[in-house]
Design a protein around this ligand. Structure first.
Ligand code: NAD
Ligand code: G3P
Length: 338
């Protein structure tokens, strides 16, 4: 078991994970990007900006100095937004010991390259990173409510180590050997949460939300299979599980952003009002590009892209989706009429 754990990123998720690990008795060092924010957190013991009402146990120290945070840590938990993963990895890499395990907890794809975040870490010299994903809102993890997630890595021993570190009475961790599927499930569900939010913002009803979630899962699976994922992973916690929580919970920033867009508010205004990351926005552009390159139909993603990046009115997306040509539900799985 690690003597010290470093958590890099003091937003909602980094704070909740630091608290979870500290409650397990680990010595935790939490890195905050802004010095004044680190000082405030260290002093007040509450992250009132990103996770109000959750108090930091005594065994968490908060610092802005990444070198001090990482020094002596056997495990580094990376909890910065996906757009900051590459830059943060570059800062981290020279500070890591050879045997330090890095766990990425951000959910997204790199915007320009379309790479999964573990691929970004590997490009930056961080080998065999683990990935923690699944239905897990910081607000509930911070309050110690029951949560189940998955951890994956290229090596079983790494995934099992991280499983053992995080596992606790209110945090159940499964391993899953499908790195590609787990990462894609966590990244792509955010696009569908934007779509269901838009539908809810337009009051299109429960049937529409269920259809978007189900057909959203179909297009996630289609892209996933083309990229080498096991389709069954999308029926698990990192796929369906995270899709359900993100499309149905009012804690979801992607869902809330979608609702505001559905009500007709412009994207810039919605994002400015959120004050937190809405990972589905860059991921939509990255996934659409990948889908186009691979020739994979992703009609919901395409409509979300048109709303976000081309200003298409959400109401026009309804007919674009409903009036697509007739098809077989399970065709993408090879299950069709003989
Ligand atoms: N909040 C959740 O419930 C939750 C759960 C699971 C996974 N995640 C994932 O965790 C990641 C982080 O999300 P969050 O909820 O903590 O976001 P957040 O909006 O709550 O906080 C973002 C944090 O990142 C920092 N940040 C912003 N730009 C940065 C940069 N360029 N370099 C370094 N740090 C930067 C901010 O200062 C802030 O501390 C996302 O990918 C998200 O999808 C979040
Ligand atoms: O608040 P969201 O929409 O970024 O979702 C957070 C987590 O990914 C839920 O598992």
């Amino acid at each position: 078991m690690p003597e010290k754990i470093a958590v890099v990123g003091a937003g909602s998720w980094g704070t909740a994970l630091a608290v979870l690990l500290a409650r397990k008795g680990f010595k935790v060092s939490l890195w905050a990007r802004r010095p004044e924010f680190a000082e405030m957190l260290q002093k007040n013991r509450e992250n009132s900006t990103y996770l109000p009402g959750v108090f930091l146990p005594e065994n968490i120290e908060v610092k802005n100095n990444m070198s001090q945070v990482v020094q002596g840590a056997n495990l580094v938990v990376l909890s910065v937004p996906s757009h900051a993963v590459r830059h943060t990895a570059r800062l981290l890499k020279p500070l890591l010991e050879e045997e330090t395990t890095v766990v990425n907890t951000a959910k997204g794809l790199e915007l320009d390259s379309g790479l999964r975040l573990s691929q970004v870490l590997e490009q930056e010299g961080i080998s065999t990173p683990a990935v923690l994903s699944g239905p897990s809102h910081a607000e509930e993890v911070g309050r110690g409510l029951p949560t189940s997630v998955v951890v994956t890595a290229k090596k079983k021993v790494v995934a099992e180590y991280v499983q053992e570190v995080f596992m606790g009475p209110s945090f159940r961790v499964y391993t899953n050997p499908d790195l590609i599927g787990v990462e894609l499930g966590g990244a792509l569900k955010n696009i569908i949460a934007l779509a269901t939010g838009m539908s809810d913002g337009l009051s299109l009803g429960d049937n529409a939300r269920a259809a978007l979630m189900t057909r959203g899962l179909a297009e996630i699976t289609r892209l996933g299979m083309a990229l080498g994922a096991n389709p069954l992973t999308f029926a698990g916690l990192a796929g369906l599980g995270d899709l359900i929580v993100t499309c149905c919970s009012m804690y979801s920033r992607n869902r809330r952003a979608g609702i505001e867009l559905g009500r007709g508010r412009p994207l810039e205004e919605v994002l400015a009002g959120m004050g937190m990351v809405v990972e589905g926005v860059p991921t939509t552009a990255a996934a659409r590009k990948l889908a186009q390159e691979l020739g994979i139909p992703m009609p919901i993603t395409e409509e979300v892209y048109q709303v976000l990046y081309k200003g298409k009115p959400v109401r026009e997306c309804v007919s674009a989706l409903m009036e697509r040509k007739r098809t077989v539900e399970t065709g993408f799985l090879g299950v069709t009429w003989s």
